[in-house]
Design a binder for this molecule. Sequence first.
Ligand code: ISJ
Length: 411
Amino acid sequence: MTAAVETGADPLLQHASPTHPLAALRRGDGIVGIGELLRLEFSGPDRFAAAAAAWRELAAASTVEDAVHRPGTGLVAFGAFAFADRSGATSVLVVPELVVGRQAGAGWVTRITRAEEGGAAATSAEEEQGMPAPTPVGARPRATLAAGSLSREEYVQLVRDAVGRIRAGEVEKVVMARDAVASIPPDADRRALLQELAQAYPDTLTFAVDGLMGASPETLVSVHAREASARVLAGSMARGAGTAEDAAAATALATSAKDLDEHAFAVQSVLRALRPHARAVTASESPFTLKLPNLWHLATDVEVELAEDASSLDLVAALHPTAAVAGFPTAEALALIAELEPFDRGRYAGPVGWIDQDGDGEWVIALRCARVDDDGTLTAYAGAGIVADSDPESELAETRMKFRPIADALR
Ligand SMILES: C=C(O[C@@H]1C=C(C(=O)O)C=C[C@H]1O)C(=O)O
């Protein structure tokens, strides 16, 4: 059941668990989950298809009373998927016991329980029904990120190797990532990090699912009432110091043949994946420059009118991995990542988001994020798209910029 409630101006995060938050927030709106009613785990190359099928089955066996009817009301699961088919990390869908949400000033709470026949019963309503009292967000844990599996010099060498392989004709583009580590007290209030990310990066989706948290600017796919949208990012430039320098940085990005090429691969990969599911696809002819506090990105928004009853997870299955996080051609780029990157990406660069009983939902690419283990070990990830004329030192600098959301949240 989903009921509308007066959530006032309280940060929704105050309702989330301090140590195991579930959240998908944008500009103060969105949903947080409390408790864990059900956890479904998937792995291997079929993880998306298996999750889409399992969710379809669960939703069909569920009874939903939804008096509010907004994105995120009714039965929802939060999800996070591994990047690679052979990752050691599992992929999960988590159904919380309670969801507290807000959209454009309207608040609601959904209570989810187990039904006899293997489904769930979800009731969304406008009345508070024994919602746990919100707790103020605690102090922010402080820590400094240190290089992880690769030193900076080793990352530069990795990019050099990738450029060599591109010039040898193996792939046209490959995304090379590195990790960075820190440690926070295991009982630290992780919502404080999320709050910091949400405040500093309002144009992103601030997410927390099963220990993975971050602020992603890149919407893999968002589906509502048979309309789907995606925001493709690829091509990045550091923000300039002053107004003039910053404007020059944006112009340089918008006119850089290297970045426009890199971006085109990413847009093409998204369009190719969506076309079979679409009645109509609209994307602008040329990208726009998206301004984030740490970076400029080349961005293209894609709008899709869906042809069939494809769920957001079906589209995620078709889209992942895009050229923005893998490269092009996909199979060769994935093989090169597996060969050259000396660590498992886990759920970094995988889809993260939520889905409802109708299959609608919002999925972003897990970027500008970190995994926080139960013992407080924090692993952040950042990557950069490499093409034939990439400069290894600039790519290192770009990854440093991409660590900033997490690094600054910990400062
Ligand atoms: C791989 C990352 O970002 C991706 C790569 C980009 C690029 O190479 O320009 C830009 C945005 C993202 O699609 C990351 O943030 O870790």
